[in-house]
Write a protein that binds this ligand. Structure first.
Ligand SMILES: *[C@@H]1O[C@H](CO)[C@@H](O)[C@H](O)[C@H]1NC(C)=O
Ligand SMILES: *[C@@H]1O[C@H](CO)[C@@H](O)[C@H](O)[C@H]1NC(C)=O
Ligand SMILES: *[C@@H]1O[C@H](CO)[C@@H](O)[C@H](O)[C@H]1NC(C)=O
Ligand SMILES: *[C@@H]1O[C@H](CO)[C@@H](O)[C@H](O)[C@H]1NC(C)=O
Ligand SMILES: *[C@@H]1O[C@H](CO)[C@@H](O)[C@H](O)[C@H]1NC(C)=O
Ligand SMILES: *[C@@H]1O[C@H](CO)[C@@H](O)[C@H](O)[C@H]1NC(C)=O
Ligand SMILES: *[C@@H]1O[C@H](CO)[C@@H](O)[C@H](O)[C@H]1NC(C)=O
Length: 753
């Protein structure tokens, strides 16, 4: 698969299928010297497209050679080599470009197949294909096409994915629907900057060439490409089919920390800018600090400028006047009043009418004096309480959080609760409402005013150092949105220890399901595999969603809750924290559970994503054996599930330790595969463990294999399957096949040729 680098080639001629692939682009960038700023007089537009620095027309106007574009004066459009550029976004580090679709057409008069199959090579450029926005799209009737990628930044890793589209009748085609009939789409992995597209030829020949002589395929932005049935019924896409696709870009191949050390080439030179590690591949991006906007890659006065919040979206209400400050703003109130951050309005300053009360008291009866002093005490206490609430709110970063939430779209999803609201929801922390209790604190069932049922977590205590970070952490956790992660609905900051409000998950935990359910045998292998896959997928999401990644830190069966239909919901970010930067921070954080704790962590004192992988390995074992992570065997002897399982595997007595149900249901090969996966997760060295994403993908494959054991598991079988015309039952199907090189279900179709 690996191609030797050719010079830039632009063979666009129609090719017989047997001929080689034309290359859309092949880049051989020599690492250029990064220029800290563009030269004077550099154009900032080409046609209708803004070209913000670090991009530029020509190398002297751009950050380095990878960011240099050309402007075609006749077309009035910018190009990156021969790829047309649609637009750039500095804030998300994205670029939209336009690529041509690959096609394959069958000529029934001379019975030949002609094809134009594109490949695109962005190796050594700042660009990589966005896995979030792009989909591999295949259009046609009875068409199977592959996309192959290789050479990502982690070294040589190849992947092949395919998508198959079918249709037998024109009447079945629907505009805007890309779901297997006439059009099929599949996702692509992160961190790839090379792909090539290939059609499976035999399938097209054996198909229905009269209905649609041409098929198309391409990597395109899924949201902007709308399938039309005319694509199939006419050949309008041929020679004229192009579509936007999205690229993520980043500066260099270093992290922010590494790049900051190199003062000369560090790109975030605006004073009010911050550096953000790229979420897709190596490198970093610059961003304006909160409260600023502009171009973080330029020095003042062209860099990040203060946003005048008072003009853009006057954030002050309730009688207060807005006053802009660098990076922030102040809400000012008339004399005698002060601004209350929480309600965002001016409040009268509460002056205690002490002197008045005393005067009245002196002239009244003793009883009245007593009554008055009681009033004063109450008032004083109340004032103290309000003050304390405000202090806690401030200390826990409430203001930052409020600003962030107000600025966010759909901010209704995350709410800052008052302590009264939570008191009411839990019926004053009624004992009958307790869902769970532990070293961390107590979880109550709460019913909100809109009759939503929630779980309210009231921790026992919080570390002072964590205190200040709390608001910031909430900002990140509140953005986590995954169907297999317990959703954080809000928090309450105006108490000494902040409380968290989560969605309510009805079916207790995986621990209960496996260990405290008398009908364990009723948990089918399918369900076990699905729960394992969903949990792995959720953890993979956590590891990839934020930068720095979120590490769960306490993965165990009792932290995997079960929702309706036993959907897994990973919970308890009590221990989860952003990756700590130094050991000090780290020391406060260890909260893992015996039997699940990464052994490497004990040596290095460093919690990594791979620590979660280890703990997840133990969860897998529990699913397979229905034994606890640390269990008693016979004579009160404590045993670690991880070590006894690995010993059993080594001594070939796997069957002895497995759960009866699992043994009965799973075939030996499947069980062997899952055990192997668990064993890899439990590798002593973190490096040898797969990533959570790989674990999730593998489990997904195994799960599908369990459901459809006929999916062939070696290349020859695949070839045979694809070579045969489909029978009538297979008419309206679409299949996507994914594989990673080196994996068991590898689909290296080239090896068969
Ligand atoms: C990073 O980029 C520099 C120059 O652009 C290159 O010399 C170096 O080999 C790259 N490092 C890695 C790990 O790719
Ligand atoms: C601009 O585009 C036109 C049309 O594709 C092409 O003929 C011309 O050579 C291009 N000019 C440059 C300078 O690349
Ligand atoms: C780029 O183009 C897309 C599609 O036309 C549009 O949705 C997006 O807002 C544009 N982005 C910028 C930064 O102009
Ligand atoms: C840059 O900041 C903006 C506004 O605060 C935010 O929307 C965007 O996601 C940030 N970009 C990155 C790459 O973090
Ligand atoms: C099909 O092949 C014939 C014979 O080579 C040729 O004359 C004709 O133009 C072809 N049709 C198409 C649509 O390419
Ligand atoms: C290409 O497609 C566009 C819109 O889909 C259409 O307006 C144009 O006429 C087509 N050009 C050719 C040469 O078919
Ligand atoms: C495709 O057909 C050719 C000729 O009929 C045959 O040699 C080849 O093995 C087939 N390929 C596949 C993948 O079935």
């Amino acid at each position: 698969m690996r191609r030797s680098p050719d010079p830039i080639q632009q063979t666009l001629a129609e090719a017989m299928v047997s001929s080689s692939l034309p290359l859309l682009l092949l880049l051989l960038l020599t690492p250029g010297v990064a220029s800290a700023a563009p030269a004077d007089g550099c154009p900032t537009r080409c046609g209708d497209v803004d070209i913000p620095y670090p991009f530029g027309i020509g190398p002297e106007c751009s950050f380095d050679a990878g960011f240099a574009l050309t402007c075609n004066e006749t077309l009035k459009k910018p190009f990156f080599y021969n790829i047309e550029v649609h637009n750039f976004s500095l804030a998300d580090g994205q670029a939209r470009m336009i690529s041509d679709l690959s096609w394959q057409c069958y000529n029934s008069s001379d019975k030949t197949l002609r094809a134009l199959q594109w490949s695109m090579n962005l190796i050594n450029s700042p660009y990589r294909f966005s896995d979030v926005h792009n989909k591999f799209l295949v259009i046609g009737c009875n068409t199977l096409a592959y996309i192959k990628g290789s050479e990502n930044t982690n070294g040589y890793t190849a992947y092949t994915s395919g998508c198959r589209s079918q249709c037998s009748d024109k009447a079945d085609l629907n505009d805007d629907s890309c779901s297997g009939i006439g059009c099929c789409q599949t996702s692509v992995p992160k961190d790839y900057n090379y792909y090539e597209i290939q059609f499976e030829q035999n399938l097209s020949i054996s198909g229905f060439p009269e209905l649609n002589p041409c098929s198309f395929a391409g990597l395109v932005e899924a949201n902007s490409f709308k399938f039309q049935k005319s694509f199939i019924l006419t050949d309008e896409l041929k020679d004229n089919g192009s579509a936007p696709f999205v690229l993520d870009w980043a500066i260099g191949n270093q992290t922010c920390e590494e790049a900051k050390l190199k003062k000369t080439s560090y790109a975030c030179i605006s004073e009010n800018s911050v550096c953000v590690d790229s979420a897709n591949g190596p490198g970093y991006l610059c961003n304006c600090s909160i409260g600023y906007q502009g171009n973080p890659y330029l020095r003042e006065p062209h860099g990040c400028r203060d946003i005048d919040e008072c003009v853009t979206n006057n954030p002050c209400s309730g009688g207060s006047a807005c006053h802009n400050l660098p990076g922030t703003y102040n809400c000012l109130c008339p004399p005698g009043e002060h601004h209350d951050d929480y309600s965002n309005r001016c409040m009268p300053k509460e002056e205690l009418p002490l002197a008045a009360k005393v005067a009245i008291g002196a002239s009244s009866s003793l009883a009245f004096v007593l009554l008055c002093s009681m009033c004063i005490c109450l008032l004083y206490e109340r004032r103290k309480l309000i003050k304390a609430r405000k202090r806690y709110f401030r200390e826990h970063g409430g203001r930052l959080l409020l600003e962030e939430i107000r600025g966010r779209e759909g901010h209704a999803l995350f709410k800052i609760f008052t302590s009264e609201e939570l008191e009411k929801a839990t019926n004053k922390y009624d004992k009958n409402r307790i869902l769970g209790q532990g070293g961390y604190g107590t979880v109550y069932k709460g019913i909100l005013e809109d009759s939503r049922v929630v779980a309210i977590k009231k921790p026992k205590s919080i570390d002072d150092s964590q205190n200040k970070e709390f608001g910031k952490e909430m900002i990140i956790l509140s953005q986590i949105n995954h169907k297999n992660i317990v959703k954080l609905l809000g928090c309450c900051l105006e108490v000494q220890v902040p409380m968290l409000v989560y969605e309510f998950v009805p079916n207790r935990t995986l621990y209960h399901l496996i260990h405290e359910n008398n009908n364990t045998s009723l948990v089918p292998l399918d369900t076990r595999l699905r729960i394992a896959y969903e949990s792995a997928d959720a953890l993979a999401y956590l590891h990839s969603s934020a930068s720095p990644p979120i590490i769960h830190g306490d993965v165990k069966t009792s932290n995997i809750l079960l929702g309706e239909d036993y959907t897994a919901k990973v919970s308890d970010f009590g221990a989860s924290k952003l990756v700590p930067k130094d050991e000090d921070q780290f020391a406060t954080l260890v909260q893992g559970t015996c039997g699940y704790l990464d052994p490497e962590y004990l040596l290095t004192c460093q919690l990594t994503e791979k620590s979660d992988v280890y703990s997840f390995g133990v969860v897998l074992l529990e699913l397979l054996t229905s034994k606890k992570a640390v269990y008693f065997e016979g004579a009160q002897e404590e045993r670690s599930l991880a070590s006894s399982f690995i010993l059993a595997m080594k001594e070939n007595r796997l069957l002895e330790v497995l759960d009866v149900q699992v043994k009965n249901e799973g075939d030996a090969e499947l069980i062997q595969e899952i055990s192997q996966l668990a064993k890899q997760c439990l590798s002593i060295s973190g490096e040898e463990r797969p990533t959570m994403k790989q674990v999730a993908d593998e489990l997904d494959q195994l799960r599908k294999y369990k459901q459809h054991p006929w999916i062939p598991s070696n290349p020859e079988e695949i070839e045979n399957l694809l070579g045969e015309p489909l029978d009538d039952h297979g008419m309206y199907t679409s299949t996507s096949i994914s594989s990673t090189a080196g994996k068991r279900m590898a689909l290296d179709i080239e090896s068969g040729r």
